[in-house]
Write a protein that binds this ligand. Sequence first.
Ligand SMILES: Nc1ncnc2c1ncn2[C@@H]1O[C@H](COP(=O)(O)OP(=O)(O)O)[C@@H](O)[C@H]1O
Ligand SMILES: [Mg+2]
Length: 234
Amino acid sequence: MTPAAIIEPPAMMELHRVWKVYSVGPVKVPALSDVSFQVTKGEFVTLHGPSGAGKTTLLRLLYREEIPSEGEIQVLGLDLARARRGEVAALRRSIGVVFQDARLLPGRTVYENVAFVLRVLGTPRREITARVFEALRAVGLSARAQAYPAQLSQGEAQRAALARAIARKPLLLIADEPTGNLDEGMAAEVLDVIRDVWAGGTTVLVATHQKALARTLRRRTLTLQNGRLLKDEG
Ligand SMILES: Nc1ncnc2c1ncn2[C@@H]1O[C@H](COP(=O)(O)OP(=O)(O)O)[C@@H](O)[C@H]1O
Ligand SMILES: [Mg+2]
């Protein structure tokens, strides 16, 4: 008799003994040292650690903005060391990224900022308007579609950046210090949106140096310090 099938949870990402060493002139700066972990589809993971711990470096490896010095990384089943250019492009279409500073195009309205990315990603023209408004509704910015970035509060700008990241309906949302520039109230609004996105089925990875934020999220927390994964708990 064959044993009952063991169904492995589908891995969203898998890092195996990953090192990243930057060379600054003759000096080698280890940003990540021997980091291994897995994230399953549908998880909400907080990446916590002080400034300089390696959080941003780790996130950049996941969408292949950087390549590891050593070790293996799989994201969405794709082995990043062996991925072809087209596969990397497809991967980036499946990942939405938000940074601490919203990085909106200043000369374009909120609507155009979101639509622009969809156009670049090759979304059929007839779908774009509906997708933009769906994303703006999700972040509570429908009424601000025609505003320019300079007219937005920092919290609104950050929610517009979130709309831009989620309009592609990503499988994975990566947020690097998404509330770092915001006061408490605006930070809470942004976190609520991220939680909603997660509740809709998107896997979420949020990096923060703010202990209070890591605590509020009360999810699985990976703690990085000096490039090492110290704890994986929750
Ligand atoms: N492009 C780079 N070149 C050289 N050193 C870098 C580079 N990016 C990051 N580092 C160094 O790597 C370490 C980790 O940085 P980073 O990943 O930005 O940490 P965090 O996001 O947790 O603040 C730091 O010592 C930083 O100075
Ligand atoms: Mg950082």
